[in-house]
Design a binder for this molecule. Structure first.
Ligand code: ZN
Ligand code: ZN
Length: 454
């Protein structure tokens, strides 16, 4: 968009000067802030440095502890106030060796990776027959006696879409609930097609959970081409397909983790706060650039933009949650220590580094004018108006359940699940221009939600 067009778009907005529920935001002030954010490389620098100097940072491990120390140092250097860590303990799972090969009828290796909380095979691995299903329902519909003692294989394909809706039920079921169900049915192990949209030999890890009383079985995700290969083999041959599987992850018990918190203090200490959040941990197979180094970089860079303009009315609280991937341990610890009703709004960035395309809010009927003001302010950045009764973010979920209003700046997820939870989630995938658009969007959101900056 050219400057002239952008100004014309802004001039056309009826809601920039808004009712009392949302403060008057001058067009020129808003445009200048968005322009500044679109030139700012702070987010890129945070993302580059975190993912270079810390790298992968699985929750509860020494790598995540290094990330916390790094975060405290960086957030302090950026000039934020009250930078601190809130510690907690969490059960911690670590990956071991992982290998699979077909023994018969067509001997060959397959590429896979263990799911978080997977059980382990014996140290020498296990050999069993494979029983394959095209989707989760077919697995459920089959008699458990056909599955006991076997390696269950579910090859469920997720669709690619902009809003990430393919990462939902039923497409995610094989990973989220398949291992637990297969364990209850007596399966020896389970392998699923990666919940991803790429066609690379980079399997997608991710968490799974077993109910109390269910002994975890070995559970892994095959790379998409390897899942397709295995399904061809299963379909081609009437005789049993035999697989050897080696997975040696371990549960190492309760380990220290922590949420990193920083603030831009507001002028009114009694006003409800605005939270911007991300999760600092990543999976162990990549430096976690899209998931979720980008979210931490975007939210901190936007808060810094506000700090450079002056002091907002409300305190902006930056929370880099310590452990999301392996079970929302950071979110739970935070919600226990804080009260959701202390927040004017909470928002999390955890969907990569591509542009924001839609805003949704869940502020309640009485704050409709504020929700509209936000939409009007974001429109010049190419951001569409979405639902008024919806907001996401896994880490802010427990606070939302306690009554915190929420909003979401929805990112374009078209390519997110090509990279998500794979070893390919690396810095080279980031488009700096789209990353800066995110910072402009979050800066705009803070200008509306945190009150006038003076
Ligand atoms: Zn994430
Ligand atoms: Zn993730």
């Amino acid at each position: 968009m050219t400057r002239t067009l952008a100004l014309a778009a802004l001039a056309a907005l009826p809601l920039i000067a808004t009712p009392a529920a949302a403060h008057d935001l001058e067009r020129e002030e808003l445009f200048a802030a968005q322009h500044n954010a679109m030139q700012d490389d702070t987010a890129w620098e945070i993302l580059r440095d975190l993912t270079t100097e810390v790298g992968p940072r699985l929750g509860g491990t020494p790598a995540e502890a290094r990330a916390r120390a790094w975060a405290v140092e960086q957030l302090t250097a950026l000039g934020f106030a009250n930078v601190r860590v809130e510690d907690y303990m969490m059960p911690t799972w670590v990956r071991g060796h992982e290998r699979a090969h077909i023994l018969a009828p067509f001997p060959q290796e397959l590429v896979l990776t263990a799911l978080g909380n997977s059980g382990a095979t014996p140290p020498e691995g296990l050999t069993a027959e494979v029983v394959g299903y095209h989707d989760y329902q077919a697995f459920l519909d089959d008699d458990p006696s056909n599955q006991a003692g076997k390696i269950v294989f579910i090859s469920n394909q997720m669709p690619r879409n902009m809003d990430g809706s393919g990462y939902s039920m039923p497409f995610g079921a094989p990973r989220w609930v398949g291992p637990n169900e297969a364990a209850k049915r007596g399966a020896a192990a389970i392998v699923v097609r990666s919940i991803g949209t790429d066609n690379n030999r980079t399997p997608h890890t991710g968490n799974t959970n077993f109910e109390d009383g269910v002994t975890p079985i070995p559970a892994a995700a095959l790379a998409v081409p390897d899942a397709e290969q295995l399904m061809r083999i299963v379909n081609r041959y009437d005789e049993p397909v035999k697989m050897h599987l080696l997975l040696t992850p371990r549960q190492i018990g309760e380990q220290p983790s922590g949420n990193v918190i920083a603030e831009v203090p507001g002028r009114d200490p009694d006003a409800k706060k605005v939270m911007v959040a991300c999760h600092l941990d990543s999976w162990d197979n990549a430096p976690g650039v899209f998931d979720d180094g980008a979210g931490c970089a975007i939210t901190a860079a936007a808060a810094k933009q506000i700090m450079e303009m002056g002091q907002p009315e409300r305190t902006i609280e930056i929370v880099w949650f310590g452990a999301e991937e392996v079970g929302l341990w950071g979110a739970r610890a935070f919600a226990e220590a804080h009260d959701g009703t202390d927040y004017h709004v909470v928002a999390e960035s955890d969907f990569g580094a591509d542009r924001v395309w839609k805003v949704t809010t869940d502020l309640g009927e009485e704050r409709k004018a504020e929700a509209d003001a936000l939409r009007a302010a974001l429109a010049p950045l190419g951001i569409a108006s979405g639902e008024y009764d919806r907001a996401g973010g896994a880490d802010v979920g427990p606070l939302r359940a306690e009554g915190a209003p929420g909003l979401s700046l929805r990112q374009d997820g078209t390519r997110y699940f090509d990279l998500h939870h794979t070893s390919n989630d690396t810095l080279d995938k980031v488009d700096p221009e789209q990353l800066r658009q995110n910072v402009a969007a979050w800066t705009t959101m803070l200008m509306v939600m945190a009150g006038p900056v003076e």
